[in-house]
Design a binder for this molecule. Structure first.
Ligand code: NAD
Length: 253
């Protein structure tokens, strides 16, 4: 039986780890030809290996999403290889160094905004130029529950994820009549290396925060991958401009 993304060309940034890797595997399972991208070439090639071992199709292109020239070369590379981009998951992001607003450094703030906001915008711009030529396409950006509510100690990260939702809604409106849908996924706390780093050295905080989760546990990267796979597929044909929480009920409280 054909998958929901059969023969579609799907690009995933941040595909070397965590949510990006799980999404690469999910879209490949649904028949997509996957372009895995990341600054981490070793991890990205590993993701490609997991896909091809299962009989799927994938290639790796290295790219730092905060660098305009690299992003444009990435999109050119996808189009050169496959002739089109049907789906893009703009997921690469960093947590930065946790620090309250009054002690957050300029460097920390700028780095988070450069990767999480400018990176998503650079990718969207290049992808949309291609999708406009095609007359169709679907984009999903990774925001966060931190794009919907505030979290103490993460001022730049929270600002960056609110901005991703703004970029998503604006692009969705601009392209609503052009056959291109743009949505954001807002993961809750998901068990990935990012969360290991954020809770490093404070296992009691890691356990304690679970009490705030209505479902009583953290999410798995695969649970985000499934939501993104649906949003990228034609099954979500009437869905654009949404910021979808996939968070075990965290922001419903
Ligand atoms: P992760 O650290 O496991 O994966 C992030 C990936 O992005 C890594 O492979 C890393 O090499 C890559 N990356 C970082 N900077 C990059 C750059 N400049 N260019 C290209 N690639 C770059 O983390 P994750 O948890 O899988 O996070 C993926 C996305 O999900 C991020 O945008 C993150 O903010 C978001 N998110 C995560 C959680 C969570 O709880 N894990 C919750 C909400 C949102």
């Amino acid at each position: 039986m054909a998958g929901t993304l059969q023969d579609k060309v799907v690009l995933v940034t941040g595909g070397a780890s965590g949510i990006g890797r799980a999404t690469c595997l999910a879209v490949a399972r649904e028949g997509a030809k996957v372009v895995v991208s990341d600054i981490d070439a070793k991890g990205g090639e590993e993701t490609v290996g997991f896909i091809t071992q299962k009989g799927g199709q994938a290639t790796f292109i290295k790219c730092n999403v905060a660098k305009k020239d690299e992003v444009e070369a990435l999109i050119d590379g996808v189009v050169k290889a496959y002739g089109r981009i049907d789906g893009a998951f703009n997921n690469a992001g960093i947590e930065g160094t946790p620090a309250d607003t009054i002690v957050c450094t300029d460097e920390n703030f700028d780095k988070i905004i450069d990767i999480n906001v400018k990176g998503v915008w650079l990718c969207m711009r290049a992808e949309l130029r291609q999708m406009q030529k095609q007359g169709n396409g679907a984009i999903v950006n990774t925001a966060s529950v931190a794009g919907l509510v505030g979290f103490e100690g993460l001022p730049a990260y929270v600002a960056s994820k609110h901005a991703v939702i703004g970029l998503t809604k604006t692009g969705a409106l601009e392209f609503a009549k052009s056959g291109v849908r743009i949505n954001a996924v807002c993961p809750g706390v998901i068990e990935t290396p990012m969360i290991d780093r954020l809770f490093a050295g404070v296992p009691e905080a890691r356990e304690g925060f679970k009490d705030k989760e209505p479902v009583g546990r953290y999410g798995k990267p695969e649970e985000i991958g499934e939501a993104v796979t649906w949003l990228l597929s034609d099954q979500a044909s009437f869905v654009t401009g949404v910021a979808m929480p996939v968070d075990g009920g965290l922001v419903s409280q």
